[in-house]
Ligand binder design. Structure first.
Ligand code: DSN
Length: 446
């Protein structure tokens, strides 16, 4: 990286700072991960220089003989890993991949249905601030308020009633803050009853599915979308798949999806990204990846157990995948997530404030925190480290009890600034910061 120094020392300085932050802290944001050295070097390869609008063997530019092979290779690897007959590897990321599904299956104004953002869904599953909620009529389903130890968060009778009443053309299954395994079969029964397309957004669990640590939606849904940089551990990017069931419903789906991605939504694919996705998919086929995926879930369960022992209420009371959602409403009051995120950031434990089902506050000042284990597992951390991390989180949250988000919106900024100043000085915070750093440095980033 030193070659950058001569020309752009400003950026180099920031890269060094970011490297230090990543090395000395522990990444708990469940959608983040560390791409391998190979993935990163392919990402910065000469494919970065190429333009290749179109699809393999049908390009609008010359000089694409190598790009064509790269793209076909990536498609074939997706098909093999996820056992699907069709893949488009061009979406720039998850949101454009999802938008392409609307373009391929619906007309503006059609009704679609998805899990609401505050209940753990994604913006692109029909939230009203997203293009998907602006150009389509959206019905949003939620999750149950409280459930038993083995119960599902979804109320399938309620979801079925909504589907039968509103007859959406497209139904989404998959979320960004959902700690349980998805029952794809139940969603399929509902979608099939009303003849809707069922699309599964597996962005969060793609790596778990590839590694056999989460069931695959492929037998049940028509379409699958994913990002490539979360549990799949590739570069940032997106993939769309059509399943055998999808082809049976609509033989033209691959064609419709290809046209929706290009020219419908995007211009030239990012060929360097496609090549790096192919490399990540190669890695996901290795036996070590299977072990990795299984360890992610073991770690998440171990972390969840420690948080529960520390009396922190978890949504669903458990984690069955890579992710944990802590409801801090009763511990810190509505909007308390901001204090937890900031305080934990100070000690080097990075996670994100998050809305919780039946949120009493807002997405910017939500009442929960979301955390997960894909990144820390990549560094080689196991259950023992999860226990230590969990205990530190519990200790920090306990220290936050005197702080409450002011109801008066004008007072919030100053209040939070003061809280940060006070907290930074606390000797216990400094002590925990050192403990985090000590653990982090024992586990190098790939
Ligand atoms: N931003 C992603 C996440 O953190 O889950 C979803 O798009």
């Amino acid at each position: 990286m030193n070659f950058v120094k001569k020309t752009d020392s400003d950026i180099l300085g920031l890269i060094k700072k970011e490297e230090k932050r990543q090395k000395e802290g522990i990444e708990l944001i469940p959608s983040e991960n560390y791409a391998s050295k190979q993935v990163r070097s392919v990402l910065s390869s000469c494919f970065v220089n190429k333009y290749s609008e179109g699809y393999p063997n049908k390009r609008y530019y010359g000089g694409n003989e190598n790009v064509d092979r790269v793209e076909i290779m990536a498609q074939e690897r997706v098909k093999k890993i996820f056992k699907v007959p069709f893949a488009n590897v061009q979406p720039y990321s998850g949101s454009p991949a999802n938008l392409a599904i609307y373009i391929a299956t619906c007309k503006p104004g059609d009704t679609i249905m998805g899990q609401s953002l505050t209940a753990g869904g994604h913006l692109t599953h029909g939230h009203n601030v997203s293009a998907t909620g602006i150009f389509f009529k959206t019905i949003q389903y939620g999750v149950k308020k409280s459930i038993g130890p083995k119960e599902d968060l979804f109320d399938f009778d309620e979801i079925r009633n909504l589907a039968v009443k509103h007859r959406p053309k497209l139904i989404w299954v998959g979320g960004t803050a959902h700690p349980l395994i998805f029952n794809y079969k139940k969603f399929a029964e509902i979608a099939d009853e009303i003849g809707a397309y069922l699309a599964s957004d597996i962005a969060h669990v793609a790596g778990l599915i590839a590694g056999g640590a989460h069931p695959s939606p492929a037998p049940y849904v028509h379409i699958i979308t994913t990002t490539t940089h979360k549990t799949l551990r590739g570069p940032r990017g997106g993939i769309i798949m059509v399943t055998h069931k999808g082809l049976k419903k609509d033989l033209d789906l691959p064609k419709k999806i290809n046209s929706a991605v290009f020219p419908g939504l995007q211009g030239g694919p990012h060929d360097n990204q496609t090549a790096a996705i192919a490399t990540a998919l190669f890695e996901a086929q290795q036996p070590a990846f299977r072990k990795y995926a299984i360890q992610i879930v073991k770690n998440s369960k171990a972390l969840a157990k420690t948080l529960i022992e520390g009396k922190l209420p978890l949504i669903a009371g458990r984690s069955e995948n890579h992710l944990i959602l802590v409801d801090l409403t009763t511990t810190l009051g509505a909007g308390g997530g901001i204090f937890a995120q900031k305080a934990l950031d100070m000690v080097g434990l990075t996670l994100n404030k998050n809305t919780v089902p039946n949120e009493l506050s807002s997405p910017f000042y939500p009442s929960g925190i979301r955390l997960g284990t894909p990144a820390s597992t990549t560094r080689g951390m196991k259950e023992k480290e999860m226990k230590s991390i969990g205990k530190m989180i519990v200790d920090i949250v306990k220290m936050l009890k005197p702080y409450k988000l002011p109801e008066d919106k004008n007072k919030r900024k100053d209040y939070i600034k003061n809280f940060e100043k006070e907290f930074e000085k606390n000797h216990k915070v400094k002590e925990i910061r050192q403990q985090v750093k000590k653990i982090a440095l024992r586990f190098p980033i790939p």
